[in-house]
Design a protein around this ligand. Structure first.
Ligand code: CDP
Ligand code: CDP
Length: 237
């Protein structure tokens, strides 16, 4: 095998995937691919164009006109930073995190043409390997050949609390815990029950439950698993 290893990190919203994936990539000298940011960027574009996110034909027509670009090195002073994202060269890093985009992204991400297009871009990105990718279908669809697959989980209550802290830090309105929990359950439900590439644990994925773990502990577990995996296959490339 000639390409460098790939780490796939899947799991539900708020499990800690992007935070952990960025730090793992940084520590191991790999690139980071935030596939959720790609679905968010496309959803932002759909809304910006005034297109109905529930209309798969109209959304599919937009696809050739939406070029998504993201940065792959996103840790500064050991602090994970979100990937910077552009749609047709417009910076949308903050805009793709809005409540409007969050509310519609699972609807857009359920559409066949959307997944075909974005999965293709993700696979191209990973052609040479050396990537940590996080999302919902990385281990099952995007990189089924990934050397290490992690399924990150946390309880709904824990994820709602994390979300509250994130919103506080962003100085955005902070809904009640139960409201956040319900939004999380709803997105879990949509992501797990859709027909194409639903969120599910790959057979060969290792589940890491993060409820009682710090970010650092999760990162250490994953880098240790990676080192074992690479050692077992005899060298990093
Ligand atoms: O960070 P958060 O958990 O809020 O979500 P995200 O990773 O940014 O993903 C946003 C949405 O994109 C998810 O709720 C899924 O509907 C969709 N998504 C997907 O379908 N497949 C992926 N590989 C990544 C995200
Ligand atoms: O990408 P995903 O939606 O899975 O989660 P995230 O945005 O990386 O993490 C959600 C929040 O949980 C962030 O504020 C993380 O700092 C926090 N987190 C945590 O408190 N403990 C962990 N073990 C992992 C993440």
């Amino acid at each position: 095998r000639s390409r460098a290893p790939i780490i796939a990190i899947d799991g539900p919203a708020g499990a800690g995937k992007s935070t952990v994936a960025r730090l793992v990539a940084h520590q191991l000298g790999l690139l980071y691919l935030d596939t959720g940011a790609m679905y968010r960027a496309l959803t932002w574009y759909v809304l910006e164009q005034g297109t109905d996110p529930q209309d798969p034909v109209a959304v599919a027509e937009l696809l050739p006109h939406c070029q998504i670009r993201l940065t792959a090195q996103v840790v500064q002073d050991d602090q994970p930073q979100p990937s910077e994202v552009w749609v047709n060269d417009r910076p949308v890093t903050q805009a793709i995190r809005s409540a409007e985009v969050t509310a519609q992204v699972s609807t857009v991400a359920a559409q066949a043409a959307v997944r075909q297009r974005l999965v293709q871009q993700q696979q191209q990105y990973g052609q040479q390997g050396g990537v940590v990718a996080d999302g919902r279908d990385i281990g099952t669809q995007v990189f089924p050949q990934a050397e290490l697959k992690i399924f990150l989980t946390a309880s709904v209550a824990e994820r709602a609390q994390r979300r509250q802290r994130d919103l506080q830090a962003l100085e955005q309105p902070v809904p009640e815990l139960e409201v956040l929990a319900e939004t999380i359950r709803e997105r879990d439900r949509k992501d797990s029950t859709r027909a194409i590439s639903p969120l599910r644990q790959a057979k060969d994925a290792i589940e890491v439950s993060t409820d009682a773990l710090t970010i650092e502990q999760v990162v250490d577990q994953i880098t240790a698993l990676y080192r074992q995996t690479v050692a077992n296959r005899g060298g990093p490339s």
